[in-house]
Design a protein around this ligand. Structure first.
Ligand code: Q46
Ligand code: ZN
Length: 307
C-alpha cells in the first residue's frame, strides 16, 4: 500500500478509512478532520477565544497543537489533581508544551485548595474518579467563567465517545443520550459552550498525530484508571473494530446524525435548566451544586472555600 495522497512510502495505516499516509500527508489529513468537525458542528470560529482543557495526555495536547496550527486563538487550562507522581509529570508536560510554543496556560491546582483527589476520595468515601469528575468539571466551568472564556474544548476522541455511547445504550440512559453531543451550549450564565473537536478521530489516529508532530506527552495512565467500566466497553469495541474496521466511526457518527436528535426531542429543552448554587453561584440542580455538596461532606462546618 502507498500513501493515498502522494504515493510515497506510508507511515500510518488507517483500516477504518482503508487508507495509508506518509508523514507529510498524514498531519494535514488529521488537521482537516478536526477542522471539518469544528465547522460542521459550528463549534467555534477563528475570532473566538477557546480555552483548551489539557491533561498532559496525547489527546488534549494533540488537540491544542491542531487548533493552534489551524489558526484558532487558544489558551490552555490544566487542572492538577494532586495524584502523586502522575499529576507532577502531567503538569510538567503541559507546562513545557506551552512554554516551548509560547502559548498562554492557566494552571488550577486542586491540592492548593486542599482538594487533592486521593484525600478527597478517602475522606468522602467516594470513588476517586467520581470525586475527580466533579472537581474537574467544576474547575473547567469556574476558571472559564472567571477568565471570560465562552468556549471550552476537550480532547475526548472517537474511542471515548463510542465507549460512552455504548455505556449509555446498555443502560438506556435516555437523559444522557439526549445530552451526548459534540457541542453543548450553556444553560446557565456561568456556563461555557463545551466542544469536542476530536470526536471523529480515533485514539490511534490521535496518537499517530502526536508522535509525528513530536509532542511529548504523559504516557503513564492515572493510577485510578484501571478497572474503570469505560475500559471494559473500550475493549469490547476494540474487538468489534478489529473484525469490522470502521464500526466505531459509523456507530458514533450515525448516532450524532440520526439517533441523538430523537433522544434530544424526547427530553424537551434538555430538562429543567440548572438553578444557581446558593454557596458559589455556579449551576446547581439542588440548593448546592455538586462541588459544594462535596465540600460540605469534607468540612461540614465551613472548611475549604467554594472558590
Ligand atoms: S484522572 Fe481522574 Fe481520570 Fe484519574 S481519577 Fe479517574 S477521572 S482516571 S480521566
Ligand atoms: Zn456551589
Amino acid at each position: 500500500m502507498r500513501c493515498v495522497r502522494c504515493r510515497a512510502r506510508p507511515e500510518v495505516y488507517l483500516r477504518a478509512h482503508n487508507a495509508a499516509f506518509c508523514r507529510a500527508c498524514y498531519i494535514p489529513w488529521f488537521q482537516r478532520q478536526v477542522e471539518r468537525t469544528l465547522t460542521s458542528g459550528r463549534m467555534c470560529t477563528r475570532d473566538d477565544q477557546v480555552l483548551v482543557a489539557v491533561s498532559g495526555g496525547k489527546d488534549s495536547l494533540a488537540l491544542w497543537d491542531a487548533l493552534v496550527t489551524l489558526g484558532y486563538r487558544t489558551s490552555g487550562l490544566h487542572v492538577a489533581q494532586g495524584i502523586g507522581g502522575y499529576s507532577a509529570t502531567s503538569r510538567e508536560k503541559v507546562e513545557r508544551f506551552a512554554r516551548d510554543r509560547g502559548l498562554p496556560l492557566l494552571v488550577h491546582d486542586l491540592a492548593d485548595e486542599g482538594l487533592a483527589i486521593p484525600e478527597v476520595a478517602s475522606t468522602t468515601r467516594r470513588a476517586p474518579c467520581s470525586a475527580c469528575g466533579t472537581l474537574k468539571r467544576y474547575a473547567f466551568d469556574r476558571v472559564a467563567h472567571v477568565h471570560g472564556f465562552a468556549i471550552l474544548a476537550t480532547g475526548h476522541n472517537l474511542d471515548d465517545e463510542a465507549a460512552r455511547l455504548l455505556g449509555n445504550l446498555l443502560r438506556w440512559q435516555t437523559t444522557h443520550l439526549a445530552r451526548q453531543r459534540p457541542v453543548l451550549d450553556p444553560r446557565h450564565p456561568t456556563q461555557v459552550r463545551k466542544i469536542r473537536p476530536l470526536v471523529l478521530v480515533s485514539e490511534y489516529e490521535t496518537a499517530a498525530y502526536a508522535f509525528l508532530r513530536g509532542i511529548d506527552y504523559v504516557v503513564e495512565e492515572c493510577p485510578y484508571a484501571e478497572g474503570a467500566t469505560q475500559l471494559l466497553y473500550k475493549e469490547a469495541l476494540d474487538r468489534i473494530e478489529a473484525g469490522s474496521p470502521g464500526t466505531k466511526l459509523a456507530f458514533v457518527r450515525e448516532f450524532f446524525r440520526s439517533a441523538q436528535p430523537l433522544f434530544a426531542a424526547s427530553e424537551p429543552a434538555d430538562g429543567a435548566p440548572p438553578r444557581s448554587c446558593t454557596r458559589c453561584g455556579m449551576p446547581a440542580f439542588d440548593e448546592l451544586c455538586a462541588h459544594c455538596r462535596l465540600l460540605r461532606v469534607l468540612a461540614p462546618a465551613g472548611g475549604p472555600s467554594a472558590a
